[in-house]
Design a protein around this ligand. Structure first.
Ligand SMILES: Cc1ncc(COP(=O)(O)O)c(C=O)c1O
Length: 413
């Protein structure tokens, strides 16, 4: 007689089928496409003029230094590499503000920007018996709702973008802040808003900060593009420094080195939680340590060592600043080139919004029908919301892309 139990039901009967993440699925579709002129404008990863991934010269040099020193593979502390956490806080806040506030900031290395957002959510959840509401811009990075909903937070979208005018809808933004439930969290893209490429001006940031302070709203900065947006780290950190410095507000800053150091797969990030009191900072840091321990025990070492080497060495840091100028400069040039070609081919509609946006993405404002046509007939892969990663353009494909967009729009006129 068989001793094997036969199962009539599974522990996982309740499991539902979740469709694959749209942007990763798009990359897979692109990779499977044999068409020689195919273009991938989906995933937000930097590509050089040949369409190839780029290892930053500063990162290459840092790697060499680490190799010369001799790499070992011991565990990092639970909070991560101390020098990396400190250098990250220093560069994000700037030397002066860092000196002033270092003792009131809890820091913890994270699994890139996503991990920092998740840790921020864990800490906020652990500190509140009634979970605060999260206000999230619409549109936003495709993972925001998932990260915070999975932690049980109620999430509410607010109108960030005017699709008609193709620009930031600042009045809707202000109006949401005036009516928001006090003691809620607002997700702020520190710069290079994903997907729209539209950021508030400095004056608008001041107004946003004042409204949030008056209404006791907690700013949680998603900072995935510092230095990558304008090529100047200080410029891109303006809003963060305004809230923490001039406005003296408590805030969370979720930092990623995926884009600005090209360390995508190494998962290098950091959460900075600034508070008004030293003891609160000590307590928060101890909680981050406990939360990190139960999630990953300790974060990955290699990427953090590279980033720490770059940030902590003046020569490498200058090289890195130059690398960020190279990346942001090439993206700006490609944005202008696409705009000029669309105008040259007479693509129906107006395209000024494309050159008014900044950062890695162009938010084209095409219908879903056009997006599908581009994909199926021209092998140009664009996200469903018609966001393009400008870094995927180069001198060899920009004309083809502009021509394809023009043709799809004409066909549907
Ligand atoms: C707005 C925004 N936030 C966070 C991230 C997280 O990136 P990572 O976890 O790779 O650092 C991204 C990546 O595309 C992003 O665009």
């Amino acid at each position: 007689m068989s001793t094997q139990a036969t199962y009539t039901s599974s522990w996982f009967n309740q499991a539902q089928f979740i469709p694959p993440d749209a942007i990763f699925a798009l990359t897979a579709q692109y990779q499977a496409d044999p068409f020689p002129q195919k273009v991938n404008l989906g995933q937000g990863t930097y590509r050089d003029e040949e369409g190839k991934p780029w290892v930053l010269p500063s990162v290459n040099k840092a790697r060499e230094c680490l190799r010369t020193k001799g790499l070992q593979h011991e565990y990092l502390p639970i909070l991560g590499l101390q020098s990396f956490r400190e250098e990250t806080a220093k560069i994000v806040l700037g030397a002066e503000l860092f000196k002033e506030q270092a003792s009131k900031i809890a820091t913890c290395q994270s699994l890139s920007g996503t991990g920092a957002l998740h840790l921020a959510g864990l800490l906020l959840r652990a500190c509140h018996t009634k979970l605060p509401k999260f206000y999230i811009p619409e549109p936003t990075w495709s993972n925001h709702h998932q990260v915070f909903q999975s932690l049980g937070f109620p999430c509410e979208s607010f109108k960030y973008y005017d699709h008609e005018m193709k620009s930031l809808d600042i009045e809707s933004y202000y109006s949401m802040l005036r009516q928001a439930e006090p003691n809620s969290v607002v997700i702020l893209h520190a710069c290079a808003h994903n997907p729209t490429g539209c950021d508030p001006s400095k004056e608008q940031w001041r107004e946003i900060a004042q409204l949030m302070k008056a209404r006791q709203l907690f700013p949680l900065f998603d900072s995935a593009y510092l230095g990558f947006n304008s090529g100047n780290f200080d410029e891109d950190a303006f809003a963060i420094r305004l809230f923490l410095g001039e406005m003296q507000m408590e805030a969370g800053v979720c930092v990623s080195f995926a884009k600005n150091m090209g360390l995508y797969g190494e998962r290098v990030g950091c959460i900075l939680m600034s508070t008004v009191d030293r003891q609160v900072a000590v307590n928060m840091q101890s909680m981050l340590e406990m939360l990190q321990r139960s999630e990953v025990s300790n974060p990955p070492a290699f990427g953090a060592k590279i980033a720490s080497q770059v940030l902590g060495n003046d020569e490498l840091k200058q090289m890195w600043f130059q690398d960020m100028m190279t990346m942001s400069g090439r993206i700006r040039a490609m944005r202008a080139a696409l705009y000029e070609k669309l105008i040259f081919f007479g693509a129906p509609g107006s395209w000024e919004h494309l050159i008014q946006q900044s950062g890695m993405f162009g938010f084209l404002g095409l219908s879903h029908e056009v997006v599908l046509k581009l994909r199926e007939q021209h092998h140009v892969y664009v996200a469903d919301n018609s966001r393009i990663s400008i870094a995927g353009l180069n001198a060899g494909n920009v004309e083809y892309v502009a021509r394809s967009i023009t043709q799809c729009l004409r066909d549907l006129e």
